[in-house]
Design a protein around this ligand. Structure first.
Ligand SMILES: *Cc1c(COP(=O)(O)O)cnc(C)c1O
Length: 428
């Protein structure tokens, strides 16, 4: 069933470390051979062996309207003959910035980069440059890309491989990274008190997706906002996953909380390598060439990436019913899975918000990294393979949120629910 993928994986490992260009793709935690994808359309992936899968990864988020979404593909095709990069400004970049501002709250100014990693790295540097302080707080299990300061208790990819400390990240860098458990406001208060006037920023996934899907507890994000106001700390929302996914205005809109800086990635590029960070004018003006916080990128604002992102965001802005449809589909899946899982008598937790959802095989609520890690993740791995065999492609780790795309039909959801019923019979 996976012969070609197996051959390709063998071959890939000769010239690519681990055979993949990003670790979680390797299926290392769930075991088995990663599938090599040949193409995708709508809600479906097709692997090298010609197998078809219902896709719940959506390229880890960007394919919110399904794969090979016609308007995006067409826009790229029409733009490519005008050259694929200039290294000089274009009107399209202004339109992109204006579109982002019109959709997301609190974005006075925005700068484009090429990945979520770059966006978070730059936002942190900016927060430090703006405040003149060095330390920052992140939450255990939250992932903010692979820049050095963030690779401390950094969620999915590292948790999947049980990596605790990362060789190559120096003590000097790690010492400025302070960590707390997600949803533990008292711990944040203590940390802030113990590091008075030293903390530049608090960065958070406002809805976490890198330890499975975890929701902020009532009052948690509000409490952080208050602390940031009182202590002149820059509050950074990492909306690389949630931006343009939970709502046109992302988690800021969904949770009704204003961030000082916001980072974007994934959906914002419509499947092209795009990230962005933006926020208050007063802070954003500190970036070069206006200010002296340096940040740059040869391919930042790349015209092909911009037209893909612009087209995607325009579709989302002009058809706000997409969010309602996605939410309804995810709720439907949630209910269906609930029914099957309840009947199986296996302890489980489903966390969901909007079109983000995940299952933890856990007998306790999953509210932070520790509670996610102490779920029965071996059982998840079995579930993953049982589902894959039945044509459902879930994230290959219990530490990842599932992302629904709007090309999914109710028939696809029904198939996913009955595949779960069969899978549980097989693995329990
Ligand atoms: C994916 C992700 C990143 C990193 O984005 P890349 O484009 O992979 O560099 C940062 N933060 C969050 C919350 C993410 O999910």
């Amino acid at each position: 069933m996976y012969e070609k993928s197996k051959q390709l994986f063998q071959r890939a490992q000769q010239s690519i470390p681990g055979g993949v260009n990003s670790p979680v793709r390797a299926f290392k935690s769930v075991g088995g051979t990663p599938l090599f994808i040949r193409k995708a359309k709508g809600a479906y992936l097709f692997d090298a062996d010609g197998n078809k899968y219902i896709d719940y990864i959506a390229s880890w988020g960007p394919m919110i309207l399904g794969h090979a979404y016609e308007p995006v593909v067409k826009a790229i095709q029409e733009k490519a003959p005008d050259s694929t990069s200039y290294g000089a400004p274009t009107e399209l970049e202004i339109e992109m910035a204006e579109l982002i501002r019109s959709m997301a709250p609190n974005i006075d100014m925005v700068r484009m980069v090429s990945s979520g990693t770059e966006a978070c790295m730059s936002a942190l540097r900016l927060a430090r440059g703006y405040t003149g302080k060095n330390k920052f707080i992140k939450f255990e299990g939250c992932y903010h890309g692979h820049a050095d300061p963030f690779l401390v208790k950094a969620g999915s990819g590292l948790a999947t491989f049980d990596i605790q400390t990362v060789p190559g990240v120096t003590g000097g860098v790690a010492n400025d990274t302070l960590t707390c458990a997600y949803n533990d406001l008292d711990a944040v208060k203590k940390l802030v008190a113990a590091n008075k006037n030293e903390i530049a920023a608090i960065i958070i996934e406002p809805v976490a997706g890198n330890m499975g899907c975890i929701l902020p507890a009532e009052g948690f994000v509000e409490g952080l906002r208050r602390i940031c106001d009182e202590e002149s700390i820059v509050f950074i929302f990492d909306e690389v996953m949630t931006g343009f996914r939970l709502a046109p205005g992302g988690a800021q809109e969904q949770l009704k909380i204003n961030a000082d800086l916001v980072t974007y990635g994934k959906v914002i590029g419509g499947g092209m390598p795009v990230g962005a960070f933006g926020g208050k004018k007063e802070i954003m003006e500190k970036i070069a060439p206006l200010g002296n916080v340096y940040q740059a990128g040869t391919l930042s604002g790349n015209p092909i990436a911009m037209i893909a992102g612009y087209t995607m965001l325009s579709e989302l802005k002009n058809n706000p019913s997409i969010y309602k449809e996605l939410e309804e589909k995810t709720a439907y899946l949630h209910q269906g899975l609930d029914k099957i899982l309840q009947a199986s008598a296996t302890p489980y937790v489903i966390n969901r918000l909007g079109s983000m959802i995940s299952i933890h095989f856990s007998d306790h609520p999953v509210v932070d990294f520790a509670t996610a890690a102490s779920a029965d993740n071996q059982l998840f791995n079995k579930y993953f393979h049982a589902m894959l065999k039945r044509g459902v492609y879930l994230p290959p780790s219990a530490f990842e949120s599932w992302f629904l795309n709007n090309a999914l039909s109710y028939d696809d959801l029904d198939k996913t629910i009955s595949a779960t019923e069969e899978s549980l019979k097989e693995i329990l």
